[in-house]
Design a protein around this ligand. Structure first.
Ligand code: TXA
Ligand code: MG
Length: 654
């Protein structure tokens, strides 16, 4: 019947997701309920009077109060449609919830009055007038109430309407109550027992409980309960459908009543597409949510840098500055790129670095992408004057200034407490920052020309040996940066030593400066990479890896040459191609497929300088095993061995 009436009276009856249509459905169902309850009142009242049944007459008044409930529902849903005014800028939609609350309270009152009727009946039982008309009216009443239960339940689900849900609950308890009256009537007719009173009390408890539950539920809606999961899901689906939208967070939905729901959320969008295009997409998502669900959605955009694929054929300009007379234009070009948020490869005295504006989170994200590096591994900021430390770090200990005076510019990185200026993208979300003033004229000039500290990790793809010449840089960074500034082979070849000064000073990474050198200023300094949680976590990722497995032969191994010879033979017998990297002194007589020397084993500075480039050379030769002669651990020898240990993943033969 409701659907039939809806077709006649509601213009857009099919458009049930629209708030205005929904509230018309609610008014209509209320009107139907009103009619049915008045009908029940009239027949029960007449039959009650004619048969002289007090039970039926009071049940008639029960229905009259139900029609009051329906009336409240109708008035509520109509009033809720009242447009917003100055005092109520969010409209009057919550009247529907207020009306529901009144319905809940009315049902509770019904329960109470039935309870007192029951008590009176127990104290002073009256004879039940059990006529045919009496039974007939009860049966008709039950059918009507059951029908009301069905359609209100149905609407409460389709419209997400607490009001209809309340009416449905009320109708169901009426059905149960009437059935109770009928059953006790039959029992007492045949047995003579007078059970009406007890039944009445049981029923009254049921009715009261229904009303109480309903009241509590609507009050919780009024207090600002979260909207239905269903609506939330629908909104999320629309958001996610939006072109370019990568994700959302912080979705809040405020319910001011039907048709006046306000929602807002943040959406993640690519940072490198036109704002005009993105704002159009957002407008379209907002308006489709509004039209479909009557929800006023406001989206805020959070640009994310998304470089999924580099175009390996994109132009990368490589300039060897050692053969240029005037390097200024290239320095300027590098600085311009940095200031545009682009990346540039620059030389340092240790290894080549992949540089970007260290204060621009987008540029920093680009570095992680280009290096394919985990953003849990922080970057070192490179500066050109000691004064910059005071801008980028706070609570700088005196020791830091002493170290800077002694070792800067140079291969020493200091981990200090970050200042608010440093973006968390640089520090992997932590409160500490690594700072270093490199000893290379080209990077220093780029820093000065751009006016920015440079976030600058080694210019290799994550996990590979650091590049120490432009051929190695180009191999990893082609198509990923606009410009590579070449300065020949880097002076030192191994990365800086990292000292953490945020607690008890400790060395996190061994580097060009050995422990003894640093102990002159920091007595008792130890190498303890686990001292820093960030650093030790970052080290779980593989480092300095070549395509072929590396095996290191410790310098302390007796018969080192004999052992290497045996292994070379055994690998070759298995059909493998073997490359070896040994000292000049020990290279004679070893029968590998490729034999490289790192120079004299007594010149460890030279070994440090060429180690990474030799390891990378093997990758171009398709070898299956790389056998490396280790060095003694004195001075920089310990750093060399620490790199080899990582590169070989611990395969060191002692
Ligand atoms: O010599 C060098 O230091 C070279 C050149 C280019 O300057 N740079 C370099 O950067 O080696 P990279 O990103 O490849 O290695 C820096 C190491 C990482 O292992 C990182 O975990 C650690 O420094 N690091 C950076 N900031 C840190 C911090 N705040 N706390 C602890 N460790 C940090
Ligand atoms: Mg590195």
């Amino acid at each position: 019947m409701i659907n039939f009436l809806a077709k006649i009276f509601i213009k857009d009856y099919r458009d049930i997701d629209r708030a205005s249509v929904q509230s018309k459905y609610i008014s209509l169902s209320g009107l139907v309920g009103l009619g049915l309850n008045i009908f029940l009142f009239i027949i029960k009242f007449i039959v009650g009077k004619l048969t002289g049944s007090i039970a039926l007459t009071s049940d008639a008044f029960n229905n009259l109060s139900d029609s009051l409930t329906s009336l409240v529902a109708v008035i509520g849903s109509i009033a809720a449609r009242k447009p917003a005014d100055q005092e109520h800028p969010q409209g009057h939609g919550r009247i529907e919830y207020l009306a529901s609350l009144i319905v809940g309270v009315l049902i509770m009152f019904m329960g109470l009055s039935l309870f007192f009727d029951g008590v009176r009946e127990v104290r002073n039982p009256t004879a039940t007038d059990f006529s045919l008309a009496f039974i007939g009216v009860l049966i008709v009443s039950n059918l009507v109430k059951f029908y009301m239960y069905k359609y209100n339940k149905d609407l409460s689900i389709r419209l997400d309407s607490p009001l209809n849900d309340g009416v449905a609950k009320d109708s169901l308890s009426d059905t149960i109550a009437t059935t109770g009256i009928l059953i006790t009537g039959i029992i007492s007719y045949f047995t003579g027992y007078r059970l009406d009173g007890i039944t009445g009390i049981l029923i009254s408890a049921l009715v009261f409980k229904t009303g109480l539950d309903f009241t509590l539920e609507t009050s919780s809606t009024l207090l600002g309960r979260k909207v239905s999961d269903d609506l939330e899901e629908k909104i999320v689906k629309e958001i996610e459908k939006g072109k370019h939208i990568k994700g959302y967070h912080d979705l809040y939905i405020h319910d001011y009543g039907r048709g006046n729901i306000i929602a807002h959320a943040h959406v993640e969008v690519p940072g490198n597409i036109s704002v005009f295009e993105m704002s159009q997409v957002i407008d379209q998502v907002e308006s489709s949510v509004n039209i479909k669900y009557g929800v006023l959605l406001v989206l805020h955009m959070d640009p994310r840098f998304e470089l999924t694929n580099f175009d390996e054929d994109a132009e990368t300009l490589v300039v060897d500055l050692t053969s240029e007379d005037d390097i200024d234009p290239y320095i300027q070009k590098a600085a311009d790129l940095i200031n545009k948020g682009e990346l540039v490869v620059v030389p340092t005295e240790t290894v080549y670095g992949l540089a970007g504006d260290g204060l621009n989170p987008m540029a920093v994200e680009k570095i992680f992408k280009a290096k394919e590096r985990s953003n849990k591994n922080p970057l070192i900021l490179h500066i050109a004057s000691k004064e910059e430390v005071n801008k980028l770090a706070i609570d700088v200990p005196d020791l830091a200034y002493k170290l800077m005076d002694e070792f800067w510019p140079g291969p020493l990185t200091l981990v200090l407490n970050k200042s608010p200026l440093v973006p968390y993208q640089v520090t992997a979300g932590t409160e500490t920052v690594g700072l270093r003033m490199p000893d290379n004229d080209i990077i220093s000039q780029v820093i000065r020309a751009s006016g920015k500290p440079l976030a600058c990790p080694s210019a290799n793809k994550s996990g590979r040996p650091s590049p120490t010449n432009i051929v190695d840089v180009y191999e990893d960074m082609k198509g990923r940066v606009g410009l590579i500034l070449g300065d020949g082979s880097t002076k030192l070849g191994l990365e800086s030593t990292i000292v953490d000064l945020t607690g008890k000073p400790s060395v996190l990474r061994l580097g060009y400066y050995d422990l003894d050198t640093l102990r002159k200023l920091i007595p008792g300094l130890e190498y303890n990479e686990n001292e820093s949680e960030v650093y030790s976590k970052a080290q779980k990722i593989s480092h300095y890896k070549t395509k072929a497995d590396i095996i290191v032969y410790s310098d302390s191994l007796p018969n080192l040459k004999k052992k290497m010879s045996e292994d070379i033979k055994s690998y070759k017998d298995q059909g493998m191609k073997v490359g070896i990297l040994t000292s000049y002194e020990d290279s004679q007589g070893l029968d590998a497929d490729y034999i490289f020397s790192y120079g004299s084993k007594y010149d460890k500075e030279e070994i440090a300088r060429i180690l990474f480039s030799k390891l990378r050379d093997f990758d171009r030769l398709d070898v299956d095993k790389i056998l490396v002669q280790g060095v003694d651990e004195k001075g920089i020898g310990r750093t060399i061995m620490s790199r080899l240990e990582k590169a070989s993943e611990g395969r060191i033969i002692n």
